[in-house]
Design a protein around this ligand. Sequence first.
Ligand SMILES: [Zn+2]
Length: 397
Amino acid sequence: MYLVSISIIFGLIKLLKNGFLHKFRVARFPFYSNDSPSKRKVVYVYSPQYTETCDSLSKVPNRASMVHSLIEAYGLLQHMSVVKPRVATSEEMAKFHTDAYLEHLHKISQDGDNDDPQSGDFGLGYDCPVVEGIYDYAAAVGGATLTAAQCLLDKRGEVAINWAGGWHHAKKDEASGFCYVNDAVLGILKLREKYERVLYVDVDLHHGDGVEDAFSFTSKVMTVSLHKFSPGFFPGTGDLCDTGMGKGRWYAVNVPLDDGIKDDRYFHVFTSVMQEVQALFNPEAVVMQLGADTMAGDPMCSFNMTPVGVAQCLGHVLDWHLPTLLLGGGGYNLANTARCWTYLTGAVLRQTLASEIPDHEFFTEYGPDYSLEISPSCRPDRNETKQLDKNNAIRHV
Ligand SMILES: [Zn+2]
């Protein structure tokens, strides 16, 4: 699938090029031009209350605290502007979500009613359990991503980080895959207030379906998602041939991958696609979702990545020197997720981090090695072993 993917993506991108290359303008941001490479202005959205609210998410309990505590323990906060997030208003969330969905979420949030007969219509239940205060959680996450995006608009930072955001599956009228609010969509819409073309890059294990759906009809937002694509694997979308619709045709790029992919191959695929995307779409701002369920050791047990490979991909995007909003996402091995996002924060700040996990509140979660590194497992790379089949398949395309 890997070779076929690249071949077809380049074919699609050529069509894209023919369609709108003439519309390109060269965008330059004066405040970057004299920057020393060692002084990237980074905003980090955080408050104790926000972290506590995010900790309550039943699928990733205490993850927000673990991530923040490790970032703090490595002394990274002193290199960033720490900005307190605000809470999103219902009007702000309604820029994407329907009033009916938000009103229902608000209603059931009062007492955590899991038995409301209407909830099923809004995707609430099995995968997205209803708990008391779920509306407040959604407003907090949405507000934090809007805060981060606003910091980019105000040039308070060139990079803004909300590791507790990145809930890319939520639809306008439906919760999905643990996502109650699509803060990534809200962040993109906020950046669109100033920037003509916004690029969304999603390296979570799962297809970024909610974000792709939100912008599938527009040429102003290009979405790129690299993900596992396999029969029965959630959410089941993100095939190569899904490229957007109407005016948005060719502005959605999907890179389906198989199990076992490791850093080197992933980086090769990523850069091959992103070089073309950047040259052809010429984005003015970027939102990148960095879900950590691709890590070796994640219970999803699919990809075989380490933070080093993801950091290389992130570095490729940051080298464009565009206003960039970084979001979290999946990541169900909580310690590995904290390792990954801490390592990425260090990479953004160009800080080298010691291998030994520093002593802090969650230190015991990092045993038995108490090391920042994640070692890939010895599982086979299915993208590699299928190459002969792929070569044959290419001849038939
Ligand atoms: Zn995921």
